[in-house]
Design a protein around this ligand. Structure first.
Ligand SMILES: NC(=O)c1ccc[n+]([C@@H]2O[C@H](COP(=O)([O-])OP(=O)(O)OC[C@H]3O[C@@H](n4cnc5c(N)ncnc54)[C@H](OP(=O)(O)O)[C@@H]3O)[C@@H](O)[C@H]2O)c1
Length: 237
């Protein structure tokens, strides 16, 4: 395992849910953190107890290109390096093939796919420089099979897995390792309305965060391309 000491990880959507759990887990292990969120006040309040010694917050809105550029620049200004990027921020919209709502399809694409793509592009020079850079993209079990009519979300998450593999091919020789994490139901706000499975049966965000931390800590010769995590038995995952 790599030592967390001195390594700096960026986490998007860190104000709640999986992103906040990942931030807390990585902080507990000793990493430096640059956390991105749309509402910086909410983000600062969510991590206020962690202190500012190894942590900074910055505005990140996937729909605002300039916020991505400013977040990366501020991270490098504060820490002088970037060793990892966790592309966590994402939205779920229920859109079937029959829904004539291209604005909503565009929004899913912009937040779930173009956001991570842009963050990867901006962080890559620093991740390469690290020699042990890590990118973790929060995809979904909905990136592995399509069990319902939600074409919009599944299409966006399949694209995240494609983004993951294309990035792996590009940066393997620079020591950057890229992982798509594909969880089933995680107990966060996103699944608050899910009635088909009890909340206590869902994956706890803290446990998923431990897996993300493990992927980040593994050495270059133990790379995980996809990590599928489920809370229930399905035929293929
Ligand atoms: N929960 C699950 O069952 C599950 C399963 C598989 C995959 N995932 C994926 O895991 C990731 C995190 O999910 P979660 O369950 O933690 O969701 P969540 O509780 O709904 O949190 C979503 C996070 O994304 C941020 N976000 C939304 N739109 C954004 C934008 N335009 N720019 C920047 N940030 C934005 C939110 O910020 P605000 O607070 O400002 O809205 C929030 O921090 C997502 O990519 C999701 O698709 C979740």
């Amino acid at each position: 395992m790599l030592s967390p000491q001195g390594r700096v990880i960026m986490v998007s959507g860190a104000n709640r849910g999986i992103g906040l759990a990942v931030a807390r887990c990585l902080h507990g292990k000793g990493y430096g953190l640059s956390l991105g969120g749309r509402d910086t006040e909410a983000l600062e309040a969510a991590v206020a107890d962690l202190g500012a010694e190894r942590l900074m917050t910055h505005r990140y809105d996937a729909l605002d290109r300039a916020s991505s550029e400013a977040w990366v620049a501020a991270t490098v200004a504060r820490f002088g390096r970037i060793d990892g990027l966790v592309n966590n921020a994402g939205i779920v919209l229920h859109l079937t093939v029959e829904d004539d709502d291209e604005e909503a399809f565009d929004r899913l694409w912009a937040v779930n796919v173009k956001g991570p793509l842009r963050m990867i592009r901006l962080a890559l020079p620093y991740l390469k420089e690290s020699g042990e850079g890590r990118i973790v993209n929060l995809a979904s079990a909905s990136a592995k099979r399509v069990p319902n009519t939600n074409a919009g979300y599944a299409m966006s998450k399949f694209a995240v897995v494609a983004l993951t593999h294309a990035t792996r091919q590009l940066v393997w020789n620079d020591g950057v390792r890229v992982t798509a994490v594909c969880p089933g139901y995680v107990a966060t706000d996103m699944t608050a309305g899910v009635a088909t499975i009890a909340r206590q049966e869902m994956i706890p965000p803290g446990d998923l965060a431990e897996l993300v931390a493990t992927v980040i800590a593994l050495p270059n010769n133990a790379a995980v391309a996809e990590l599928v995590v489920n809370c229930r038995l399905e035929s293929t995952l």
